[in-house]
Ligand binder design. Structure first.
Ligand SMILES: NC(=O)c1ccc[n+]([C@@H]2O[C@H](COP(=O)([O-])OP(=O)(O)OC[C@H]3O[C@@H](n4cnc5c(N)ncnc54)[C@H](OP(=O)(O)O)[C@@H]3O)[C@@H](O)[C@H]2O)c1
Length: 254
């Protein structure tokens, strides 16, 4: 594939993100607390997470080790960050979430596989074939976009992991219901795990400084802001004592 073709696909993908973003404020993605049997065939929740997130991990491993120029510059660092995130998301996270009778629609699994194939495909292909050695040579480490980007990426990942961990531990073994999370960023927003993920991929886009990484940042925002709103509205609906001062996903802002 030529660079022009890859960038053309990335622009189309960006336009689709905007449409999906708007749609998701009206149609709630049916998994987790919002799961619904109305979306056809259902699959086991934990298996669903592994199957839908693994393509991103496998594709990036493929591009790292079999790409044309993944080790000709420091671009491998971007691969390692992406792979670290997806080792957690596709293997560790599903193993740690508490088992409940809840299932996930196959439709969600298939949509997420497509989402992951396009995002990892665009980013992995670009980084392993088209990334210029000059852009990621030793001077990259001294650029503001590397320093700001990696700081945001690590901070975002830490927030995402800590918040997911706190949520997972709200239930004791055998419990299946929901509680109001307290402490850490939960005192300010309803979904610090989603906030952390948005910060993380914003950091990645700033570090990488290319169109495919920007596209993935936009997609993360497009998916997670409406999902956080759905979570927030759900809390207000379920708990009459839910703290009214909590924002949705961006502390003090939204
Ligand atoms: N990059 C992307 O586009 C994307 C898209 C979606 C998700 N993600 C990431 O995937 C992770 C999960 O997302 P999510 O929206 O499914 O997270 P979530 O609704 O916050 O759920 C996280 C886990 O904690 C449990 N949980 C949540 N709130 C709880 C409460 N109040 N009481 C008891 N247990 C609670 C959930 O159980 P239940 O499953 O039983 O509700 C689930 O096991 C996040 O880290 C998110 O950033 C990324």
């Amino acid at each position: 594939m030529s660079l022009q073709m890859l960038l053309f696909i990335a622009y189309i993908w960006l336009a689709i993100a905007i449409v999906v973003h708007i749609t998701m404020f009206y149609i709630t993605a049916p998994f987790g607390r919002h799961t619904s049997g109305k979306w056809g065939l259902m699959v086991n929740n934990k298996v669903g997470w592994v199957v839908m997130e693994c393509p991103s991990l496998l594709l990036m491993l493929y591009f790292l080790f079999w790409g044309e120029s993944s080790f000709q510059s420091n671009v491998w660092i971007l691969f390692v960050l992406w792979i670290t995130h997806y080792v957690n998301r596709s293997l560790i996270y599903p193993a740690r979430i508490k088992s409940t009778p809840k299932k996930m629609p196959l439709f969600i699994v298939l949509s997420a596989i497509f989402f992951n194939l396009v995002n990892a495909g665009l980013n992995g292909y670009y980084l392993s074939v088209f990334a210029s050695v000059k852009d990621y040579d030793a001077s990259w480490f001294h650029t503001p976009h590397f320093i700001i980007g990696i700081t945001l990426f690590i901070a975002g990942m830490a927030i995402n992991w800590k918040s997911d961990n706190m949520l997972i531990h709200l239930r004791k073994q055998g419990e299946t219901g929901y509680k109001i999370p307290q402490g850490f960023l939960f005192d300010f927003i309803s979904s610090p795990n989603l906030f952390g993920e948005i910060v993380e991929w914003t950091g990645f886009a700033i570090m990488a400084w290319n169109l495919p990484a920007f596209t993935f940042m936009v997609w993360t925002f497009a998916n997670l802001v409406p999902r956080a709103k759905n979570h927030h509205d759900w809390y207000l609906n379920q708990f009459s004592n839910y703290p009214k001062n909590r924002k949705i996903v961006f502390p003090f802002i939204f």
